[in-house]
Design a protein around this ligand. Sequence first.
Ligand code: FAD
Length: 459
Amino acid sequence: MATSKVLLSVLKGKCADLGLKCFSTSSVQHKKSYKLVVVGGGAGGCSTAAKFASKLGKGQVAVIEPSDTHYYQPLWTLVGGGLKSFSQSNRPMGSVLPRDCEWIKDRAVSFDPENCTVTTSNGQQVNYEYLVIAVGLQLNYHHIKGLPEAFEVDSSLCSNYSRQTVIKTFPALQAFKGGNAIFTFPNTPIKCAGAPQKIMYLAEHYFRKAGIRENTDVIYNTSLNVIFAVKKYADRLLEVIKNRNINVNYQRSLIEVRPDRKEAVFAKLNSDSGETETFHYDFMHVTPPMSAPDPLKAAKKLVNEAGFLDVNQYTLQHTMYPNIFGIGDCTNVPTSKTAAAAASQGFVLSHSLAAQMAGQPIHPGPSYDGYTSCPLITGYGKCIMAEFDFDAQPLETFPFDQGKERLSMYLVKKDLLPKIYWNLMLNGQWNGPKAYRKMMRLGFDTGSKHIPTTPSLKV
Ligand SMILES: Cc1cc2nc3c(=O)[nH]c(=O)nc-3n(C[C@H](O)[C@H](O)[C@H](O)COP(=O)(O)OP(=O)(O)OC[C@H]3O[C@@H](n4cnc5c(N)ncnc54)[C@H](O)[C@@H]3O)c2cc1C
């Protein structure tokens, strides 16, 4: 009791320093209070909690996360391609969250940054001194007419993007006997922008192995007007597409699925008159529209116009509230949304947040350079390992041209990265490949020039 009084007074003082009204009412006894609250226990949230839980000590860090299971989503491309089982992508949430943190197994439904409170779906109010928001992206299948219901009735429809539908992909590939195989890319920001075409290359290779490629049209209908954001990799992918006889239609956004007639309707984004185009499909892989999760979008003081958490792209600190930070897919950081990006952001975030906690300036400190990576699997045994920064410039780790299709990079994606994720990243020990890049390139590094400093943590 005495300890909690002392802690409360310390926390009260800290919030006053920040000019915030945390713990200002007597109802504090009915609320749970923590030094650090992390909302979301996915790739970014779990690794951030791990970085702070042991340093701050038991009872100081809470993770609000509703899911029983933690998913390593990058594996879902391989699950869809029949290379890994779905169960290899899952672990119980309790087994990956750090021992020293408290798991609040519920969903955050509202944020009150003025009073440093997050409310969960069962009405619990959780007070924080510092908050990290890591809620990922929401999948909006329901924005496409006919979905998600059509997944239930049509076994030739699949999607690697959700846990319910990824298990349909490989059976659908096996059952396909030729015709139109369509792969879509939606008209919103998405996680892993390479994944909609990775499964297409695997499928195309699979059709050749199955001897049905001759009777198959492989069609990539994308809302974008380029195949990939980084020119170096886009040029290589266009060669792959040409050599493999894949049909690409740009600026086509899926708006309706009619499973009874096996029809997919696409909006032509380059038409002023709202034109649509209808395709017959015999197999279709859908990448859904995505957005920040609704509770975050509703927190108008925290988000930008598009609904993403508004943070400084270099420090990951919120632009209005200095005690709030963000990591991963739910932020407005202008880079490709991947677990690889979250790992590199985690390094910067931990320094920024530790500096804020210690009352030290965040600058100079490490600055996020936009590092992100997309292992572009182009077939069974082949991968272009894209790594790049905010300026869409390659930021490659290995001392060879990663724009070439390579078996070695495929093995990195298939076997090495999952191990790094489960054994290092989720424990807070993997900050991206920057240190290795420097070693492999004999000290040459094109990334951030800031010199990392580690402010000591004070509770
Ligand atoms: C098919 C596919 C392929 C991919 N391939 C790659 C790849 O090759 N390389 C790569 O680096 N990345 C890849 N990714 C992307 C990668 O998985 C994500 O970018 C990464 O998981 C983002 O981490 P995050 O913490 O921001 O979000 P997530 O890991 O999605 O975690 C978000 C967490 O927040 C929780 N949550 C949501 N709403 C709330 C709420 N209201 N309250 C509390 N908790 C909430 C969720 O339950 C979830 O646990 C791929 C993703 C997919 C789907």
